[in-house]
Design a protein around this ligand. Structure first.
Ligand code: ADP
Length: 405
């Protein structure tokens, strides 16, 4: 079976085409700047043949049309015709309380997703655009939605409810949902494989540190708590998001700065985090360079907030799990930054966490065990692979549906 995995953002579509027999990635790439000047498709074939094409790409449907065209093109393609694509797996950010698992996309499912736009206004509309575009372009090909929220959907109520009037939960579904679920799921399973133990016996903390950052406590294979909440703004400090703040601060700022609700949203999502604190960059590489090479004081504060808060959550989740077997770092920062891994685990020997700095500084962008010899807890760097999880779920659900039919 060949599965096309799509991740549709506001102005980008990322794709990977899998051959599921050997889980081989035939081609991958992304279209950027959709609807803007200078839209471009970057495509990489399995033999590392790369091509970049600029063009006018006015919307998500045009982007997906472009992707399908390159997948079948004589010079850059990997299949002969669109019909070779057996299924499409869509990354969908928010599944609300309804979708606790991946699901075959039907008209009803799309209607439900439409209802959740309120919950994820920055993400779900683009995911829906991608689904509708595929329906136009690949009419009979089955599609599956894989949700960022699903892995966290079985958290206990005391972890997902806020201390707000309960009626607001009932009225508006206001609760913590959590995100990055596919990534936390993948790396926790991979850690289990590396440890060669049963998932049921393991307590794992997974740190997904990319542009967005979240940390999850995984007990016996299930997410029991995660740092992102009703929206992806809660929790750790991120590239441009604030993470945890005193909620009353929002009211104070609305009044002081005479901000609109939209301005406040932009402030919390786009002008805060590493960028907002440092004034240097939202990119961890540039923050670390500014600290180490220029002694930039605000970059130092941003890095300290980032790693201090991460450490605080590692401690909190070790407590809620009642012990810890493995700590996992993933995402662009988690996979590539030994500095962040060192700073966020410094002094955690009393929890059994201790990393070997030589191994830590040798492990960048690859899988590795960076545990020091005396540590009780294994610490791993595991490159995430959300696309593979989406492809596997898509194949499974489409196969089940065909067997039922
Ligand atoms: P996204 O969340 O958009 O998928 P990524 O997982 O690719 O993002 O992570 C992007 C982050 O990874 C950026 O903050 C970038 O600075 C960081 N990053 C990438 N390489 C390194 C590195 N060598 N050292 C530190 N940070 C890195």
């Amino acid at each position: 079976m060949k599965v096309l995995v799509l991740n549709c953002g506001s102005s980008s579509v990322k794709y990977q085409l899998f051959n599921m027999e050997d889980r081989f990635v035939l081609a991958k790439g992304q279209v950027d700047r959709i609807g803007m000047k200078g839209a471009v498709l970057s495509h990489t074939r399995h033999d590392d043949h790369k091509v970049k094409m600029a063009g006018e790409i006015i919307d998500h449907q045009a982007a997906i049309e472009y992707i399908l065209a390159i997948l079948i093109s004589e010079n850059h393609g990997v299949i002969e015709e669109r019909e070779e694509i057996d299924a499409v797996g869509h990354r969908v950010v928010h599944g609300g309380e309804k979708f606790k698992d991946s699901v075959l996309i039907t008209r009803d499912v799309v209607d439900n997703l439409q209802e959740f736009i309120d919950l994820a206004p920055l993400h779900n509309p683009h995911n829906i655009k991608g689904i509708r575009a595929c329906h136009q372009l690949l009419a009979d090909v089955p599609m599956v939605a894989v949700f960022d929220t699903a892995f966290h959907s079985n958290m206990p109520d005391y972890a997902y409810l806020y201390g707000l009037p309960y009626i607001l939960y009932k009225r508006y579904s206001i609760r913590r949902y959590g995100f990055h679920g596919t990534s936390h799921y993948y790396v926790s399973r991979r850690a289990r494989d590396l440890m060669e133990q049963d998932m049921e016996d393991l307590k794992i903390i997974t740190c997904h540190l990319g542009n967005g950052c979240s940390i999850t406590a995984v007990d016996g294979g299930a997410s029991i708590d995660t740092s992102m909440g009703f929206t992806p703004v809660e929790g750790l400090l991120m590239g441009t998001r604030s993470g945890d703040i005193d909620p009353a601060l929002v009211l104070h700022l609305l009044a002081k700065e005479e901000l609109s609700v939209g301005d406040m949203n932009t402030l919390l999502n786009k002008h805060s985090g590493l960028q907002g604190v440092s004034g240097v960059s939202n990119d961890m590489r540039e923050i670390i360079d500014a600290v180490e090479e220029e002694g930039n004081e605000r970059a130092r504060i941003a890095l300290d907030i980032f790693t201090y808060r991460l450490k605080k959550y590692i401690g909190a989740y070790t407590a809620t799990l009642g012990g810890l077997d493995a700590l996992v770092f993933t995402g662009g920062i988690g996979e590539n930054s030994p500095e962040v891994r060192e700073r966020s685990t410094e002094g955690l020997g009393h929890l059994g966490i201790e990393i070997d700095q030589e191994k830590n500084y040798e492990t960048m962008g690859v899988e590795g065990d960076i545990t020091s010899e005396d540590a009780r807890v294994n610490t791993y760097v595991i490159p995430t692979n959300e696309e593979l999880v989406i492809a596997i779920d898509t194949e499974k659900i489409v196969k089940e549906e065909t067997e039922l039919a």
